[in-house]
Write a protein that binds this ligand. Structure first.
Ligand code: UDP
Ligand code: MG
Length: 329
């Protein structure tokens, strides 16, 4: 028998008790089908990453682990965020997996695209991006804000695959390369294209969340977007430089104007221009300082080299260790 690739599907979960049973069912069906079609190894797994849920998510996961051999889970000691959950999943799975797929727990991304992703992997692609062909089910606001975000990122010089989120397949070596990125401010959809390796796209339609509600309210979305920009691009610094130059040009003009006024002997009426300058420059300086502060803040975070997550329980690795043991006996 030829060597079939082992697939691990990584699913980050934060308070997802409402969708989890359906997620296990749908992904389980896909996994079984791929196994029986002889496209992936029979020991392929689902790996749920419980990102500090406050509901019954972890209980559900451990119950499913007992029921099905293909279900495994790891549990964070607290909420570390979606991106860190994805990274933890990949870090845990990479040793035993030949390919890894990351997908949200809420079944918004069409699970059937997994078939195509695996097919592309078997054709030799290392990264397969899931790309949304339509976003009709997203709200008008979410669609527009996403569009604005992608074009902004492009102007900032960050290469991303438009309309792709964190639904993608990566080969073992692609994940190994990704894990060499040591930054703490994770923005995976900007990092993955930097890995390189042959890549392909798979198109699907994005659906409504199956159950539960979005864990990405506007405030979190804006923070994510700003994080993405400031972790990847120094264009804002250059923009401030241009702004500074323009302000200097304006002030030179004002200087000439003031000098002419002085020659003409009209010097009393300087109060308004003075006040305007003080307020204007004060504002500009505050903006500049805050943006520079953002970068200094990031440097500060990076230099601390804190661990990006702490895994409290790992039920994935032992399953494989057991098998290795059996082999030796
Ligand atoms: N998620 C997570 N940690 C968080 C927030 C979200 O692991 O702190 C997971 C969540 O369980 C889901 C995925 O990230 O599987 C995407 O979240 P959600 O569907 O709420 O985002 P949206 O699709 O609304 O952008
Ligand atoms: Mg969602």
């Amino acid at each position: 028998m030829e060597n079939l690739g082992l697939l691990t599907i990584i699913v980050p979960c934060y308070n997802e008790e409402a969708v989890l049973p359906e997620t296990v069912k749908e992904l389980g069906v896909i996994l079984q089908k791929l196994i029986s079609n002889g496209e992936i190894a029979a020991t392929s797994k689902l790996l749920f990453v419980n990102d500090g849920s406050h509901d019954k998510t972890w209980q559900l996961i451990t119950n499913y682990e007992k029921k099905y051999d293909f279900v495994t889970g790891i549990k964070f000691s607290r909420n570390f965020g979606h991106q860190n959950a994805l990274l933890a999943g990949m870090t845990t799975a990479v040793e035993y997996s030949d390919m890894m797929i990351t997908i949200d727990a809420d079944l918004q991304d069409d699970v059937k695209a997994i078939y195509e992703m695996v097919a592309k992997y078997n054709q030799g692609y290392d990264v397969v991006y899931g790309v949304r062909s339509k976003r009709q089910t997203d709200t008008f606001f979410k669609r527009q804000s996403a569009l604005a975000f992608y074009s902004l990122m492009k102007h900032m010089g960050v290469e991303m695959v438009p309309n792709s989120a964190d639904y993608r397949l990566m080969s073992k070596r692609a994940v190994q390369a990704l894990l060499k990125f040591k930054e703490r401010n994770l923005f995976l959809r900007g990092m993955v294209p930097l890995v390189g390796y042959p890549s392909a796209k798979v198109y699907y339609e994005r659906k409504e969340r199956f159950a539960g509600e979005s864990k990405y309210p506007l405030s979190k979305m804006l923070k994510f977007a700003f994080d993405g920009i400031s972790s990847f691009s120094t264009v804002p610094i250059r923009m401030i430089m241009s702004l500074g130059l323009i302000v200097i040009l304006i002030s030179i003009g004002l200087l000439v104007f003031t000098f002419i006024q002085w020659l003409r002997g009209v010097v009393i009426s300087g109060w308004s221009s003075l006040m305007i300058s003080i307020w204007f420059l004060g504002g500009v300086q505050l903006v500049c300082v805050s943006v520079i502060g953002e970068y200094v803040g990031k440097i500060f975070k990076e230099t601390k080299q804190r661990p990006r997550f702490t895994i409290e329980e790992d039920n994935y690795t032992p399953k494989f260790k057991e098998n290795e043991q059996k082999f030796r006996d």
